[in-house]
Write a protein of this length. Structure first.
Length: 176
């Protein structure tokens, strides 16, 4: 399993259910990386999409504790155990965790690779991602060249998890 995220200098990822920055090249990278793949996201992340609908040309799996939540075009999972049972049929390299904060926190230990767009700016954030630079389980393996969008410097980086947990259903724990 992989993850993909855009973080700022403080590893912030959002403010009041919105992205901190919309960088066109980052959006293109996200689309290119996840198209035809499985994306795992939380209900609030889905609600933050401009359409409020699942992403096109991907298998969308919504992880939520709201057992009454329904969404056409998506698979709904109400626990980590349920999620792990559902993703068994997919190639783990084709699975991407895409947010939000709670889903990232719960699934980070199970991810092998993290695609991190770093934007070198401080934002007012109230949603954060784990600082992989200070996490001994993660190693920075690729550093992309610095690019610019308006006044924002950013680059694409890849981290590898030295010891990802097995995502088997037998090791699953409750989501919250």
């Amino acid at each position: 399993m992989n993850l993909i995220v855009n973080v700022d200098l403080d590893w912030g990822i959002g403010f009041n259910e919105s992205l901190l920055e919309r960088i066109p090249d980052d959006m293109k990278f996200f689309r290119k990386t996840t198209i035809g793949k499985v994306v795992i996201l939380g209900r609030k992340t889905l609600a933050s999409f401009s359409s409020g609908r699942p992403l096109k040309d991907r298998t969308n799996i919504i992880l939520t504790t709201d057992t009454s939540f329904k969404c056409d075009g998506a698979i709904i999972c109400n626990s980590i155990e349920d999620l792990f049972n559902k993703i068994l049929k997919y190639n783990s390299e084709d699975i991407f965790v895409i947010g939000g904060e709670t889903v990232y926190r719960q699934l980070l230990p199970y991810c092998s690779r993290a695609y991190v767009t770093k934007n070198y700016k401080h934002h007012s954030s109230n949603k954060f991602f784990s600082n992989l630079d200070s996490d001994s389980d993660w190693i920075l393996t690729e550093i992309g060249p610095i690019q610019f969008f308006n006044e924002i410097q950013f680059n694409f980086n890849t981290y590898e998890n030295r010891n990802p947990k097995e995502s088997s259903a037998c090791q699953a724990t409750s989501l919250f």
